[in-house]
Design a protein around this ligand. Structure first.
Ligand SMILES: C[S@@+](CC[C@H](N)C(=O)[O-])C[C@H]1O[C@@H](n2cnc3c(N)ncnc32)[C@H](O)[C@@H]1O
Length: 231
């Protein structure tokens, strides 16, 4: 069912953008996210970042080659891609369910700088065909998968796409974080829950909390985690 709201309440309490009346099970997710990216200036989205320091605190300790393969899961039109390009990473995939978000991103950073893939992580198709990557980055995407089957699909894909000794960064709403985002319910995590989902082939390298401030000024607590696949 498509959300017929014409605008998002970006200040909605305990959320991060858009109608708080929807439930995940009734939403056409592609339409929902396309609407969020169509109806709001990027810098007003409840997940827009100007401070990328927590993400780079993790990326910088990995010592990746500049041609390492990096996939940004549910990238939207994130400024993280601009910064990775600025730091001369040359093998970046940005994937999202929203073609609008990825088009905005491509227009901003240049189509030749990144590869984009439109796909639904709960029913991956194109993503099953990519080569294994050195680094998987997810900020604020996994926590939208509230059903076990969708979480299992996500982690099955992840596990099949990380090279031996490759890395995974997951930055999700913490157990102290909001219960909704973009009008959708979320499933909150701590580092132990994430390690349990990843399984014994992965080890936790680092975890810390970071309080993100939304454009509205409201705080949102995230857990930032770095894992390595044991070769
Ligand atoms: C809160 S935004 C975060 C965007 C970006 N990671 C960032 O940090 O700015 C969540 C993103 O996940 C994407 N997304 C939600 N459900 C998805 C799904 N089932 N498959 C792929 N992407 C999805 C949305 O389109 C949106 O861009």
């Amino acid at each position: 069912m498509e959300n017929t709201n014409s605008s998002c309440d970006i200040n909605a309490k305990n959320s991060c953008c858009c109608s708080s009346e929807e439930t995940t099970s009734t939403v056409d997710l592609k339409a929902h996210w396309n609407k969020a990216y169509t109806n709001n200036p990027e810098e007003k989205l409840g997940w827009f970042e100007t401070d990328l320091s927590p993400m780079f605190q993790l990326i910088n300790q990995i010592n990746l080659q500049k041609n390492a393969s990096i996939i940004n899961i549910g990238a939207g039109s994130t400024t993280l891609i601009d910064e990775l390009i600025k730091q001369e990473y040359s093998n970046i995939i940005a994937t999202d369910i929203s073609d609008v978000a990825l088009k905005n991103l491509e227009e901003r950073v240049g189509t030749h700088k990144i590869k984009t893939i439109v796909d639904d992580l709960t029913k991956p198709s194109e993503l099953t065909k990519i080569d294994k990557v050195d680094l998987w980055i997810d900020r604020a995407v996994l926590h939208f998968f509230t059903e076990t089957k969708d979480q299992d699909t996500y982690f099955d894909l992840l596990k099949s796409k990380i090279k031996d000794s490759g890395y995974v960064i997951l930055a999700e709403f913490s157990l102290q974080g909001a219960t909704k985002c973009s009008g959708l319910d979320v499933h909150r995590y701590d580092e132990k829950m994430l390690l349990e989902k990843l399984g014994s082939d992965f080890q936790l390298i680092e975890a810390f909390h970071f309080t993100y401030t939304m454009p509205s000024g409201d705080p949102r607590d995230y857990i930032y985690t770095l894992f390595r696949k044991i070769a």
